[in-house]
Design a protein around this ligand. Structure first.
Ligand SMILES: [Zn+2]
Length: 152
């Protein structure tokens, strides 16, 4: 599915230029470099499904699996190509998450010892949820008639 107003669907449709890292014919996921001023580290790569979805909530199993597989391949390539000895895998899904482009994408950021980058959150959410949080989440997950993904 191609969304006319989607930046990444535009790139996938060859409307605009992208620094492709992986774009195999018929593949369900692709990888590209972010714009240079958005790069957190040398080799920082975005992995996204070829089909349009906004985030993890509405992604098809095929899209999610393809993205996960390519994230692993990119992480391994970062080790082999650059000697990276770690990666951070980051995603934002939904308007409250800080998502910048509403097409699912996963950031794979290579890491080296003492590279000066801190990708782990250093603040805590101030949002409150009442009741037994674990039970509410577990009950919702185990309910057979789980509703469709939320719409934002
Ligand atoms: Zn899209």
């Amino acid at each position: 599915m191609d969304q006319d107003d989607c930046l990444f669907c535009g790139l996938l449709g060859d409307r605009g230029t992208a620094a492709w890292v992986s774009r195999e014919p018929g593949a369900a996921a692709v990888a590209l470099l972010p714009l240079p001023d958005s790069s957190l580290a040398p080799g920082h790569t975005l992995v996204l499904p070829a089909e349009h979805c906004v985030g993890v909530h509405d992604a098809s199993p095929r899209a999610l699996h393809a993205v996960a597989d390519l994230v692993q391949r990119v992480a391994r390539a970062m080790t082999n190509a650059f000697g990276a000895d770690g990666v951070n895998v980051l995603n934002a899904s939904g308007p409250a998450s800080g998502q910048s482009v509403p097409h699912l994408h996963v950031h794979v950021v290579p890491r080296w010892p003492a590279d000066g980058l801190d990708t782990w959150p250093t603040s805590l959410s101030q949002h409150e949820v009442r009741g037994d949080i674990r039970a509410r989440l577990a009950d919702t997950l185990s309910t057979p008639a789980t509703p469709e993904h939320p719409t934002f």
